[in-house]
Design a binder for this molecule. Structure first.
Ligand code: ADP
Ligand code: MG
Length: 675
């Protein structure tokens, strides 16, 4: 008796409709999910030409019975659902019974499968939805599905495919995600002859994170452990979806539901420029969910700037009844029955763990470093993103070990660090005196003698008593930033912001972003003229890459080279850096390169060469620029203001942050009730 059934119409009609096969990665997703549902422990994925020419997935799962193998290509044929009630509690990744027929209708597909119960296997060949062959075959257990020439019969679809590299990167990201959700299974992803990912079964998520991302990231992560929260029913519950509301049987529900959260998230020093490093799994399914995403960002509120994102690997487990996965055809969105409960649980758990893990002090000033890491001081009061960069730029001291779960061999990538001279002759880029470790905005910013307390009432203005400001002395408002060159620096606050007097009022200039802008334009010009100054490293710096980074690297290698980074692949998923632009100091090199790879991923994959070039220059400039918390003498401040005035765009840094704040004479007069 076969396992697969064709869903009756009334069930099929309640399944979120839509196209499942959009691109090669969607094929890989559906096939991988099928293999996982079939209990496979060993999954091998082979890709050629970004999946356009070939996708092959071989698993050691349950296999299919002969009759089932044929039935599997019918629409709405599935072994995972029987009736509408099953839709309320889906425990498998698949349930729609549509993937195989959809894939078979737009490709040349070969299925080879054998169930353990049967002595021989089945081979089925279908092209463009037409069955070409179905025969008995001597096969080992498990299933192999080969998909060739995707969209060969749908040219319109084919046109929308992106470059092979881009499609491959999507596939690599996907396989990486699933490998993280299943540390106990082995995954192997081959692109042509090269292995992009190869992970053997391990006992813990921690070990899998190590296998995929390398040892370094583990130091930057906080382990959630396993946190639980119970929900006592019945609160007023929101039904999962209209389609199945009629089938809910109210009184049978147990009185409490348990939600469990585990995984890892990054300490606040780690700041990513996009959401690509956030992985959310609900009952083993990789999803995009606005509520969980929002919970995560609100846990980091004030700890990292709003435009930055953490790295997070979150696994939420709950009863299948608590989550409706029948929302979106590609099953990447879900609806929680108790959405705000889930939101608060995730936010509170991460926030609590962040505080418990004592954020930030993994780095301390290089000189006179205290024996122990400084006491916990949540960075929550710091509205400034470069705070963490400053800390990160200091010599790292041994980070607090992340709670060890398992002994992990730690072959940290060999790394050579070469001290080089300052990147800009005008500045010593590394402070000679121990820098103030962090800004403290809780202290009064300037020494001021408190005036009489304001009564709060409006007083009639008496102009004569305090001397009148001559009307004609009020300058015309300065609207252009070209006036920056005329500014007279008065000093710094917090050794971070230059205070300067102009013809019209007062200016506050962020020294880091100002210098960043200056350097950015300089580096960009050098690059355009092909005159990038480089420095050779005594020993190459070895970087470990994720499969996705490896693909992005291959795509941008030429531009990296032209920008002064001499790099070459060095074994599997490692990169040797032999030379770098002179503006980047050796200790910063690794971060700069990872940052560049990060800006080249995700949505940026389709970015123009010009954007890529600008991003690279921005990363270099950001690292080389003077930092906040650095004392500058007047000559340097003056130089900075003049150089800033000479830039093409002195109002914002290459990342879009403002550089200068202006308080006009008129505003000052108004504030003191003089006009
Ligand atoms: P769904 O996964 O939604 O059930 P699919 O079209 O993806 O629908 O697959 C149809 C059926 O084929 C599945 O229900 C399952 O019984 C069977 N199947 C597909 N892939 C595999 C596999 N790799 N191993 C075993 N059975 C499989
Ligand atoms: Mg499926």
């Amino acid at each position: 008796m076969g396992r697969i059934r064709i869903l009756p119409d009334q069930v099929a009609n309640k399944i979120a409709a839509g196209e499942v096969v959009e691109r090669p990665a969607s094929v890989v997703k559906e096939l991988l999910e099928n293999s996982l549902d079939a209990g496979a422990m060993d999954l091998r994925i082979e890709i050629e030409s970004g999946g356009r020419r070939l996708i092959r997935i071989v698993d050691d799962g349950s296999g299919m019975l002969r009759d089932d193998a044929l039935l599997a290509f019918e629409r709405h044929a599935t072994s995972k659902l029987r009736d509408v009630k099953d839709l309320l509690a889906i425990a498998t990744l698949g349930f729609r019974g549509e993937a195989l027929p959809s894939i078979a209708s737009v490709s040349r597909l070969l299925l080879e499968t054998r169930a353990i119960e049967e002595p021989t296997g089945t081979r089925i060949e279908i092209a463009g939805g037409k069955m070409l062959r179905c025969e008995e075959a001597a096969l080992g257990g498990g299933t192999s599905i080969r998909v060739r020439d995707l969209f060969f019969n749908v040219p319109a679809r084919k046109k929308f495919l992106r470059s092979e590299q881009t499609e491959l990167a999507h596939i690599a990201a996907l396989v990486t995600h699933y490998s993280l959700a299943h540390p106990d299974k082995s995954f192997r992803l081959m692109a042509g002859p090269s292995e992009l990912l190869g992970v053997t079964p391990v006992a813990t998520l921690r070990e899998r994170v190590y296998q995929v991302f390398g040892s370094q990231i583990l130091d930057e992560l906080v382990d959630i452990g396993v946190r639980e929260r119970e929900l006592f029913l019945p609160p007023p519950s929101v039904p999962p979806s209209e389609a199945i509301i009629e089938y809910r049987s109210e009184p049978e529900e147990p009185p409490l539901r348990r939600f469990r959260l585990s995984g890892y998230f990054s300490r606040p020093q780690v700041q990513k420029s996009n959401r690509n490093s956030i992985y959310i799994f609900v009952n083993g399914r990789l999803i995009r969910d606005r509520a969980v995403m929002h919970a995560l960002t609100s846990a980091y509120h004030n700890l990292i700037p709003p435009s930055s994102y953490p790295f997070a690997l979150l696994f939420l487990e709950c009863e299948p009844e608590e989550v409706d996965v029948n929302v979106h055809p590609s099953k990447t969105e879900v609806r929680f029955r108790h959405g705000s409960f889930v939101h608060d649980f995730v936010r509170d758990t991460i926030r609590e763990r962040l505080m418990e893990s004592r954020p930030a002090p993994t780095f301390s000033p290089p000189i006179a470093a205290p024996a122990r890491t400084p006491p916990a001081q949540p960075a929550a009061r710091l509205p400034y993103s470069d705070f963490s960069q400053v800390l990160e730029n200091e010599t790292p001291v041994a980070a607090e070990p992340v709670e060890a779960e398992a002994a992990i061999p730690a072959p940290a990538p060999a790394r050579a660090r070469v001290e080089t001279g300052p990147a800009m002759p005008e500045f010593t880029l590394r402070p000679t005196a121990p820098p103030v470790p962090r800004l403290d905005f809780s202290a009064p910013p300037l020494e001021v003698t408190p005036g009489p307390p304001s009564s709060g009432k409006l007083q009639p203005r008496r102009l004569d008593m305090h001397g009148e400001f001559p009307r004609d002395a009020i300058p015309a408002p300065e609207t252009s930033l070209s006036v920056l060159s005329d500014l007279r620096p008065l000093g710094q606050i917090h050794e971070s912001f230059i205070i300067a007097a102009g013809r019209d009022g007062l200016w506050i200039i962020d020294q880091h972003v100002a210098h960043e802008r200056i350097l950015f334009e300089q580096v960009l010009k050098q690059r355009a003229a092909g005159r990038v100054e480089i420095q050779r490293l005594l020993m190459p710096l070895i970087l470990q890459l994720t499969p996705e980074q490896q693909i992005d690297y291959a795509r941008i290698a030429d531009e990296l080279h032209a920008s002064g980074f001499e790099t070459e692949p060095f074994g599997n998923r490692t990169l040797a850096v032999k030379a770098a632009p002179a503006a980047v100091s050796a200790p910063d090199l690794e971060r700069v390169l990872y940052e560049i790879l990060e800006t080249a991923e995700g949505e940026q994959r389709g970015a123009s060469l010009d954007d890529l070039r600008r991003n690279i220059c921005a990363s270099i400039a950001c690292r080389a620029a003077i930092k906040i918390n650095m004392r500058l003498d007047f000559a340097k401040m003056e130089w900075l203001l003049r150089a800033l005035a000479a830039t093409d765009c002195p109002m914002s840094c290459p990342h879009g942050r403002p550089i200068a704040m202006h308080c006009s004479t008129r505003e000052i007069l108004k504030a003191f009730h003089r006009i």
